[in-house]
Write a new protein. Sequence first.
Length: 314
Amino acid sequence: MSQHKGWKKVKYELLYQLIKGLIKLANWASRNMLMWSFGKLGGLVYYIMPKTRDLTLKHLKYAYENELSDAEIQNIAKKVFSNLGKNFTDIVRYPSIRTREELTAVMEVEGEQHLIDAYNKGKGVILLTCHRGAFDMVGFYLSMSNYPCIAIGAKLHDEKLNDLVVKTRRHNKNDQADFVERSDPRGSIKMFKKLKDGGLAFLLIDQDTDKVQNTFVDFFGKPAATPIGAATLALKADSAIIPASIKLQSNGKHLLEFRPEVPLEKTGNLKEDIKTNTQNMSLALEKFIREAPDQWVWFHERWKTKQEEEVSNS
């Protein structure tokens, strides 16, 4: 056991030093060179990490059965890994991006008026997104644009690595932006308060995790355990729901898209309303993923939990 812990400590230290080194590299290397290099490294992962590759292929076949051929699925799977590398480029470039103008030089934005209209209602906005493209840049854009916002995420196992990631996310010093860890017992309260103050709560609900409460809804036509936090918060705060996602385009720029508000269904039956709104949110995210399937994290075990294991909403 002690040897195992010792190896984990060494592994995390190596990863910490690697990320620090990549951040320094991003300060002097050209973005094009970084994107080309990381894209090639990502493509290599397809061949040297067979378990991750096989999970990707398995989930693509499950989601797209009778829709895509094996050759089409394999082509998407290969692009998943190369795109993952390319999208990593601007994540490590965060500290070198100091202004919103520098950010929008590598990012095009569409539909922000949907967000502005929802924000101007003053009831708070659930900013709903998924693990497509350089998804962390959605929150980065909100922060750089000085929206009052809060995001929630899992704490990394290593303290130094976690501090580095959080510090990188917060480097632009937006005093109205905050980040809470999923393990924080007051996390939901903090997000609710931000919404009641008219701010934005940034949430991802496209993964299967037993760390939060879930309900089963259709995802690619298959029942998938889906976090209920976004729907619960929206119902309690009577907030607007705006889907947003980012993808890398062929011109090398990211495209951040804000979509029209997802209507909030309220019948008075809280359990059913949570399920209905979670389903509607999930469908909005599925549309993003179907439009750029080669930029979503297909190696995640999205359909891991079986329906008989559903976590109670009570």
